[in-house]
Design a protein around this ligand. Structure first.
Ligand SMILES: NC(=O)c1ccc[n+]([C@@H]2O[C@H](COP(=O)([O-])OP(=O)(O)OC[C@H]3O[C@@H](n4cnc5c(N)ncnc54)[C@H](OP(=O)(O)O)[C@@H]3O)[C@@H](O)[C@H]2O)c1
Length: 287
């Protein structure tokens, strides 16, 4: 089983390479191997690859800079995955792509299901939504929406908060933004272990389509950070709740984007772990 993966150095890209096991090889392409701003290069890479499935973990993930660089965000987050899906369709290969809770406006009274209307409120969210639409034109495409990803790899919210809490006396953390954290290592395991099933499935199989993937339970940014920081004996910061508005960032953030994972559970028999258990384990491995 060979997976051609776009993205080599990112958080999820690294977790997938670490999760690769006997019988599953991950061929990871870095920006130097294939720049996602070049759709022709993407097509050539897929047509030439010896692989059974293509996975895209690369993206323009800088939410605030995206406001000033929409062309770049759309090239990487929409045009590039569209080109990947098209080349995969040409070869009959399954294509797995990652998206985000940022496709929603955050004005909800329930955890979002896949059929809820996507109404992104910033450039990053709009570019990711355009990517989903382009990818889902391929019948053997999978789009997994994930949110608030953390792991031992790369720079995640958890590793960043642990670092700040060692450096500062007072750490102000947003308390009015709510969502469902996603264990990047559980995601990577799921991707690697499900790859053979996607590779063997026909286009009408329910394993293809749009899914939400996250840990169980909703939380605030504040409680998310606190769960990690409380595990670190060397932390010195006192946590203080603040508001999203106090940060005055260029990109507006959706206030509440919990993801309902019932469809994922029904189709794949996957049971997400409670977010706190996964965050505490990750923090313990990081400190
Ligand atoms: N992290 C989260 O909290 C979160 C939440 C929801 C959804 N997601 C989605 O999950 C996926 C993985 O995110 P992540 O956290 O692993 O992201 P990340 O750590 O920021 O990594 C992004 C990767 O994309 C690569 N990349 C960016 N522009 C590129 C280009 N023009 N050509 C080639 N490669 C390029 C980067 O390469 P360089 O290292 O060379 O820059 C990097 O390896 C993305 O689709 C993201 O939208 C993430």
């Amino acid at each position: 089983m060979k997976i051609l993966q776009f993205g080599k150095t990112g958080q999820v890209a690294t977790a997938v390479q670490a999760a690769a096991r006997e019988g599953v090889e991950v061929i990871a392409l870095s920006r130097a191997d294939c720049d996602l701003e070049n759709p022709e290069g993407i097509r050539a890479a897929i047509l030439a690859a010896d692989c059974d499935l293509v996975l895209n973990t690369a993206a323009f993930t800088h939410v605030d800079p995206a406001e000033a660089r929409p062309d770049e965000a759309f090239a990487v987050n929409a045009t590039a995955p569209g080109a990947m899906a098209k080349a995969c369709a040409e070869r009959g290969l399954p294509f797995v792509h990652l998206s985000t809770d940022a496709v929603f406006d955050g004005l909800t009274d329930h955890a979002y299901v896949e059929t809820d209307e996507a109404k992104p409120i910033n450039v990053y969210g709009r570019s990711k939504r355009a990517g989903e639409q382009a990818v889902l034109a391929h019948p053997k495409a999978v789009v997994l929406r994930i949110s608030w990803v953390f792991s031992r790899y790369g720079r995640s919210y958890v590793s960043f908060m642990l670092k700040l809490a060692r450096e500062r006396e007072v750490l102000k953390v947003v308390a009015d933004q709510f969502g469902t954290p996603t264990d990047g290592e559980a995601l990577a395991d799921f991707l690697v272990s499900t790859a053979p099933r996607w590779a063997a499935a026909s286009a009408d199989d329910p394993v293809f389509g749009l899914f939400h993937f996250a840990n169980a339970g909703e939380t605030s940014r504040f409680a998310f950070a606190k769960a990690a920081i409380d595990r670190d004996p060397q932390t010195k910061a006192r946590l203080e709740p603040t508001t999203q508005a106090a940060f005055a960032e260029p990109a507006p953030r959706p206030p509440r984007t919990p993801l309902d994972t019932s469809k994922l559970q029904a189709v794949f028999g996957f049971t997400p772990e409670p977010w706190r258990v996964a965050v505490e384990r990750t923090a313990d491995r990081l400190v």
